[in-house]
Design a protein around this ligand. Structure first.
Ligand code: PGA
Length: 253
């Protein structure tokens, strides 16, 4: 049985005082709903500058902290970058990699994403690997091909066992921050397809183990229906994760 995994991607939002306020609220919710947080795997992905602080505040809780991005080298002259080893040293559990904003705005390729995934695996951290097609690609009927290629290249050379440490987040680009969600059936169809591609390329065991999140305008109003589908094991939540209350409503189902 795959355990439900809800992660909140804060992107480049919140000043320090707002982070502190969020932490007060989520810790209170956590105390009142211990069972829920044992049953569901919950992660928060704040901007890097707050990782250490958030990790500290989450000590002793079941909520884990993740980065939104990292570099693949261990250390060196790479101004502005952070390594998986650094993440690990502050109590971070892993990182998102290959988010479509990184791919589109910062030019990240599947090859770079693949190096980052391997770097996280070498450090025993979890990699949340984002894939997803653009509206144009969907409209011309190429969505599945695009996603299959992203999966093959981003996860190249991985072994079946590595899939314990890899989560795939299917995020159709046209649904991110737009208020448009894929219909639950569309999301399920693509998540099932991703599982089949992984099973085909990396073995049935990898396909079975793989945790797949859906992301793109997930909100308390639509999350339960999306998450009721068999191949959707969780959600990567942007906007609706910025408030502790709405984030918990999604966790609560
Ligand atoms: P959204 O973002 O929930 O605001 O659409 C999701 C994401 O980009 O991970």
């Amino acid at each position: 049985m795959r355990r439900k995994f809800i992660a909140g991607n804060w992107k480049m939002y919140k000043e320090k005082s707002q982070v502190a306020e969020f932490m007060d609220e989520i810790l209170e919710i956590c105390r009142e709903n211990e069972e829920k947080f044992s049953e569901t795997h919950v992660g928060i992905c704040p901007p890097n500058i707050y990782l250490d602080y958030v990790a500290d505040r989450l000590k002793g809780t079941k909520i884990q902290v993740f980065a939104q991005n990292c570099y693949f080298e261990t250390e060196g002259a790479f101004t502005g970058e952070i390594s998986p080893e650094m993440l690990k040293s502050i109590g971070c559990f892993g990182s998102i990699v290959g988010h479509s904003e990184r791919r589109q705005i910062f030019g990240e390729t599947d090859e770079l994403v693949n190096r980052k995934v391997k770097a996280l695996l070498r450090t025993d951290l979890l990699a949340i690997v984002c894939v997803g097609e653009s509206l144009e690609e969907r409209e011309v009927g190429r969505a599945k091909d695009v996603v299959a290629t992203q999966i093959e290249k981003s996860l190249k050379d991985l072994k079946a066992d590595d899939f314990e440490q890899v989560v795939v987040a299917y995020e159709p680009i046209w649904a991110i921050g737009t208020g448009k969600t894929a219909t639950p059936d569309e999301a399920q169809e693509m998540c099932k397809y991703i599982r089949d591609v992984v099973a085909d390329r990396f073995g049935n065991d990898a396909g079975e183990k793989l945790l797949i999140q859906y992301g793109g305008s997930v909100k308390p109003q639509n999350s339960a229906e999306i998450l009721s589908h068999g191949d959707i094991d969780g959600a990567l939540v942007g906007g609706a994760s910025l408030k502790a209350g709405s984030f918990f409503d999604i966790i609560n189902g």
